[in-house]
Structure formats: C-alpha cells, structure tokens
Design a protein around this ligand. Structure first.
Ligand SMILES: C[S@@+](CC[C@H](N)C(=O)[O-])C[C@H]1O[C@@H](n2cnc3c(N)ncnc32)[C@H](O)[C@@H]1O
Length: 290
C-alpha cells in the first residue's frame, strides 16, 4: 500500500508479521496481533522520515545490508521506554536494608562493588540506585563502586546520559533528594532539572542488546532488569535467566519488574528474598525456585 504525505498507511497482516519477525529476531520483542495499530503508527513514522511508500519496501530495506542502521532505528521506534524515578520503590528499601550494608562494608575495606541496570531506558532507574547509594554512604564516590546502565535503544541512552528531566518528574523524588541530587536546568525550550554531576558520574551508560553477547564476564552484586523481559516470550526469558545467574556474584541480587517471574520449571541458584527480588544463594544447593 502507498501513502500521501499526511496519511498513514494501513498495515496488512502479512506486513505486520514481517515487521514482528524482525523485531523478534533482532531484539526478542514479541508483538501480539492486537498490537497492530501501535506497530503501524510507529513504523509509519519511520516511513515518513525515510520517504518510503510501502511496508514491503521498508521491510526489504531493513533486511538489506544497507539497512543495518534502519534496523536499529526500527527497534528504537518499537521499544516501550516508560520509566520513573523510584518505580517499584520497595526494591530501593531492600537495597538500603538488606543489600547496601554488606556491600558498603566490603567497599570500605577496599573491595569492589558492581551494579547493573539492564534495560535502563532514560536513566531514572540507575539514577535512583545512585541516589539511594549516595544517601546511604556519602563517601561512595571515593570507593570502587560502579553502576553500569545499558539499553538496546541508543536514543534513550543519549537522553539518560544528559540526566535532564522535565519538571513534572520532580515529584517522583522526595524533597531531600530533590535538594541534594538535582539542580534546576533548561534543555532547549524545556525547563526541568538535571541530576547533579556527582550522581551522573556514578553511572556509566552503554548500548547493549540483551540478546547479544555481553561484553563482560560479570560478578555483579546487584542487577536490576525490570519491566524488560515482559516484552519477551518464554523461550527468550528462559535463555536469559542462566545468563543473569552466571554474571551474578555469590550472594548477588537480581530485581525484576512486578509482573515478571522466574519460570518455576527453572533450576536456579536464585532464591526469593522479597517481592520480585532474588538473591543468589552462594552456599546452598541448586534448587527449584518457588
Ligand atoms: C519499560 S522500559 C523499563 C525501564 C526501567 N527498567 C524501568 O523499570 O523503569 C523497557 C526497556 O527495555 C529496553 N529493551 C527492550 N528490549 C531490549 C533488549 N533486547 N535488550 C536491551 N534492552 C531492551 C527498551 O529499550 C526499554 O528502554
């Protein structure tokens, strides 16, 4: 089908399937048929930008050698990047109460601490971890503690690095954190706030597709992978759990989103230690997670 400049093209079932297949192969994203209008409107935007007049031309382009960059742009346009500061706040209580006391005593003794926000979107999650950490231990930046934050989408990584958010997001932070960790800022015509330099310096942002090879061997003490695998099917989730386990330090933690669970069929060293919070049991036998 073709379009005039201002009209959206309707996506056929076959075209929807072709786009969905690419999204699944590239990023593990699953789009059920009821998502056709969402996929249609997001890909229509790509068509208009590229001045391509049909979905079949677009899929052919995306699958060609010249289409590698567009494949990434297509995945970016299809990802859902909603995030908030201190989303699912009970996880940050667990950090303060159960996780940081041990990690910080190790760091104070000269040990290394590594945290990972996998699927970090526009940065609210890793910055919330950094604020919680700095509030808990104001000398944290002087120790060997690093927060890695990754996402498949280069657009959200670029936003996250800037650490700028519009004023509306300020009320996601308590007054004390607003005062300590943000400064008033403008970005173009948008007014808002920026995370302070010390908070920004605690987080390193990188582009990473969770389905690809991970460029680290791990030993993460804490991994947040929240509201990411919800877009994957069970096969992809099942392939990821052992990988998360293998990059988690003994006694390390994995936090998932509220509607995400390990499969009960999985043999794992992770045991539940809080709502959607899992701790790798260093000294117990592998068991089925309940
Ligand atoms: C809804 S956001 C979650 C953000 C944050 N973790 C939170 O809970 O607020 C989901 C993020 O997962 C990312 N994502 C989707 N598929 C991915 C993949 N294959 N590899 C890495 N990140 C992916 C998306 O780009 C998006 O930014």
């Amino acid at each position: 089908m073709t379009q005039s400049a201002s009209h959206a093209i309707t996506m056929s079932d076959r075209e929807f399937q072709a786009i969905s297949d690419i999204a699944y192969k590239e990023a593990g994203l699953v789009f059920m048929p009821e998502k056709v209008s969402l996929v249609q409107s997001r890909i229509n935007r790509r068509l208009r930008q590229l001045k391509i007049n049909s979905f079949s031309d677009y899929t052919a382009f995306v699958q060609s050698e010249q289409g590698i960059a567009e494949r990434k742009a297509m995945i970016s346009s299809l990802t859902t990047n909603v995030s908030n500061f201190f989303r699912e706040s009970h996880h940050f209580d667990i950090l303060k109460e159960k996780v940081f006391p041990n990690l910080l005593s190790r760091a104070h003794a000269g040990g290394r601490v590594r945290l990972w926000s996998a699927g970090c979107s526009t940065g609210q999650e890793p910055y919330s971890i950094a604020m919680t950490l700095l509030d808990f231990a104001p000398d944290a930046p002087t120790m060997d503690i690093k927060i890695l934050a990754t996402d498949i989408d280069p657009n959200v990584i670029s936003t996250a690095k800037q650490g700028f958010y519009e004023t509306g997001a300020l009320n996601e932070l308590c007054e004390s954190f607003q005062d300590q960790f943000t400064e008033t800022a403008e970005n173009g015509r948008k007014s808002g706030f920026r995370m302070t330099p010390v908070i920004r310096s605690m987080v390193s942002f990188r582009e990473l597709n969770l389905l690809s090879q991970w460029p680290f061997s791990g030993n993460f003490d804490v991994t947040f992978c929240r509201n990411v695998v919800i877009y994957f099917d069970e096969a992809t989730q099942m392939s990821l759990w052992p990988r998360f386990e293998s990059v988690t330090a003994p006694d390390g933690w994995l936090f998932l989103g509220h509607s995400e669970r390990f499969s009960e069929r999985l043999e794992t060293k992770f045991v539940t230690n809080g709502a959607t919070a899992y701790q790798r049991a260093a000294h117990t036998d592998t068991r089925n997670l309940k």
